[in-house]
Design a protein around this ligand. Structure first.
Ligand code: BV8
Ligand code: ZN
Length: 239
């Protein structure tokens, strides 16, 4: 990457008092968690219709749970990386800071980020399809699919394709992006909506946008700074 580009992006990041951040699976790649659409990503070998839709779950809850339980074990063994840590440090300095994430792994919380909006839910939450009760369940689920005390089927507390996002989440994210001076977008392919829509919202509304990604995305031409490289390497250089 051109050093001048990184320098200008750093200046912009250091000057901004109101910062919004949008992250995707790429920020956790260097913690050892596979992404969805890149090489080796989940959707290269699986159909998302089978694993990440309510219809797929109803068809074969055991199969879906086996995938989630495998991911949960991988995430349980993972640690935040310098990219997650850089965002936690940035939050300390900013007067307003909102971290909007599509990730369900909880690594931003573990790194110390406080104002986090989880657009796609939380892989550690389980919710009953019958009574609606939900709880945090980190321990290994021995019997798949797991059942609620009421006898109902438990599901992962994530947002599947075709499902509404958690109540108020996209509204709060939109408000934070509109108020921000700077939006930092890291490690997302920007293919999944409504999350991806936050990027043109910022770019077309006069908010500076820094994109950090190992590859170009549909919005790379619209952002103020497109930084090519690994988020765990670039983000610490912006703080
Ligand atoms: C909804 C489950 C309405 C959780 C996931 C046409 C137009 C607009 C919308 C739609 C449309 N057709 C269909 C839709 C709606 C649909 C959608 O967007 N589809 C797309 C695919 C067209 N959206 C929805 O259904 C959403 N809901 O719209 O609801 C509604 C309203 C009211 C009532 C009912 C309904 C819900 C979407 C939720 C999807 N959930 N999974 C889980 O188990 O994890 S999807 C999945 O994609 C993940 O959850 C993830 O959060 C999300 C986004 O992926 P990314 O994070 O970006 O990851 P990806 O692998 O794609 O990219 C990684 C990037 O990192 C790459 O660019 C790579 O280059 C980069 N990278 C890799 N390594 C690094 C790196 N970068 C930096 N450093 C590195 N080291
Ligand atoms: Zn129940």
């Amino acid at each position: 990457m051109e050093p001048a580009l990184l320098n200008s992006a750093r200046q912009s990041a250091r000057k901004a008092r109101r910062i919004a951040v949008l992250t995707g699976a790429g920020v956790s790649a260097e913690s050892g968690i596979p992404t969805f659409r890149s090489n080796g990503g989940f959707w290269r070998n699986n159909r998302f219709e089978d694993l990440a839709t309510p219809q797929g779950f109803v068809r074969d809850p055991k199969f879906v749970w086996q995938w989630y339980e495998e991911r949960r074990r991988g995430i349980a063994a993972a640690r935040p990386n310098p990219g997650h840590e850089a965002f936690a440090a940035m939050e300390h300095r900013a007067s307003e800071f909102t971290l909007i994430t599509q990730n369900v792994d909880g690594l931003h919380d573990l790194a110390g980020s406080k104002n986090v909006i989880k657009l796609h839910g939380d892989i550690w939450v389980v919710r009953c399809m019958a009574c609606g009760g939900e709880r945090v369940e980190r321990s290994e689920l021995n019997e798949l699919p797991p059942r609620c005390a009421c006898g109902g089927l438990l599901r992962p507390g994530v947002v599947w394709f075709g499902e509404a996002l958690p109540e108020g989440a996209i509204e709060r994210a939109t408000a934070a992006v509109r108020r921000a001076e700077l939006l930092i977008v890291a490690g997302t392919s920007a293919q999944v909506y409504p999350a991806a829509g936050l990027i043109p919202l910022a770019a077309r509304g006069g908010v500076q946008v820094i994109e950090i990604n190992t590859e170009a995305t549909d919005f790379s031409d619209e952002v103020s700074f497109a930084l090519r490289g690994k988020s765990a390497e670039i983000l610490p250089q912006l703080v």
